[in-house]
Design a protein around this ligand. Structure first.
Ligand SMILES: CC(C)(COP(=O)(O)OP(=O)(O)OC[C@H]1O[C@@H](n2cnc3c(N)ncnc32)[C@H](O)[C@@H]1OP(=O)(O)O)[C@@H](O)C(=O)NCCC(=O)NCCS
Length: 198
């Protein structure tokens, strides 16, 4: 009698969840971003919109799989040539968990949350072939600029409310609130400039 080898057990892809980012996620998020974008990531033009800023309220998300943070996506409030908008980024998924739909789930969850919070438009700098599947295009970003070098083809927009990017023309600048940890740094800077100040 021939004994057939046992079929290998099927290991279904471990499920993942998307939830709001927590303070305890910081270290894992920073490590994930270093892995995905490299140590020079803080020199990227989009980072200039995020430096010293807190993400838009309620709009920073983590993907968690088997108890480990494996994905991140955040939004930042900006004025896009005087039009209020959100900038999306960074979006990153751990290389060990790609092509499982985590990026898509983060995007869908985050865009729905942004719309639910009443935001009208989202802008990002990224790969058009990836973001087109979520409706992003260059249609209304042609007259917008970023505070640094960028590739025009990668500046993409999505209207969550029809017409929200009409008339968007000019520089994209941050309008969110300052990050909590940037306040002591600011105070230290001020003390250097004005030593007798409290
Ligand atoms: C882009 C990224 C977030 C996608 O995460 P993911 O969890 O693998 O995404 P999904 O599983 O939802 O989708 C995977 C699909 O997107 C495609 N894809 C991934 N990156 C892409 C890109 N830059 N351009 C076009 N398609 C891309 C994959 O080929 C795959 O296609 P398929 O569905 O036909 O197989 C992830 O690859 C990543 O973190 N990359 C490094 C950081 C990065 O580039 N961030 C985005 C800034 S542009």
């Amino acid at each position: 009698m021939t004994v057939l080898p046992k079929a290998p057990p099927a290991y279904p892809a471990a499920p993942f969840t998307i939830r709001n980012e927590r303070a305890a996620d910081v270290a894992a998020r920073e490590a994930l971003l270093d892995t995905c974008f490299g140590a020079n990531r803080n020199l990227r033009t989009c980072q200039r919109l995020r430096n010293g800023q807190a993400p838009a309220d309620g709009l920073a998300f983590s993907a968690v799989r088997q108890g480990r943070m494996v994905g991140t996506l955040r939004f930042w409030q900006v004025s896009a040539g005087r039009v209020p908008a959100l900038v999306l980024g960074p979006l990153a998924v751990d290389p060990c968990c790609r092509k499982l739909g985590i990026g898509r789930a983060l995007m869908k969850h985050a865009l729905a949350a942004a719309a639910a919070h009443g935001h009208g438009a989202v802008i990002l700098l990224g790969d058009a072939p990836y973001y087109a599947r979520f409706g992003f295009s260059r249609r209304k970003t042609g007259e917008l600029s970023l505070p640094g070098p960028f590739e025009r083809d990668r500046l993409l927009g999505l209207e969550l409310r029809e017409g929200a990017l009409d008339g968007a023309r000019g520089m994209i600048v941050p309008t969110g609130r300052a990050a909590a940890q940037s306040r002591p740094r600011l105070a230290a800077k001020l003390r250097k400039l004005v030593p007798h100040a409290a």
